[in-house]
Design a protein around this ligand. Structure first.
Ligand code: THU
Length: 136
């Protein structure tokens, strides 16, 4: 679908631009993310490291926290770009964090050749534990 390809490319480019804002003096690993809401809003984020290391927040969670704190919780897709690296799939904590908002969310990364790879969160986190497990 041409439209979807354009949207995916736009998200990857927004993530790349967010990666330039990285605060990563310890790892020097720049990550950017862009999340698209169901109503067409875009939120971006970068990784923000901390001297304690453990308090570091990944780019994906920064983007999602920005969106949720502005009242948006329904997401279509999230893109992740890592500096010069490729195939920057989200870490385990970020997979769990994305899962909170839906297993149908498309997760987008760039392959070595620049082509976009898309997998649904359910494919990245099989047998997940999600909010439905706590609903009564
Ligand atoms: N990082 C992310 O931002 N997202 C991920 O999914 C993986 C890791 C960041 C955290 C840390 O600042 C740096 O990359 C190295 O782990």
């Amino acid at each position: 679908m041409a439209d979807e390809n354009e949207t995916f490319r736009m998200l990857i480019e927004a993530a790349r631009s967010a990666s330039r804002k990285t605060y990563s003096p310890y790892s020097r690993y720049a990550v950017g993310s862009a999340v698209l809401t169901h109503d067409g809003r875009l939120f971006t984020g970068c990784n923000v490291e901390n001297a304690s290391y453990g308090a570091t927040i990944c780019a994906e969670r920064t983007a999602l926290v920005k969106a949720v704190s502005e009242g948006f919780t329904r997401f279509k897709a999230i893109a992740i770009v890592c500096g010069n690296a490729h195939d920057c799939w989200p870490c385990g904590i970020c997979r769990q964090f994305i899962c909170e908002f839906g297993t149908d969310i498309e997760v987008l990364v760039e392959g070595k050749d620049g082509a976009i790879k898309a997998l649904r969160l359910a494919e990245l986190l099989p047998h997940h534990f999600g909010p439905e497990h706590l609903s009564r």
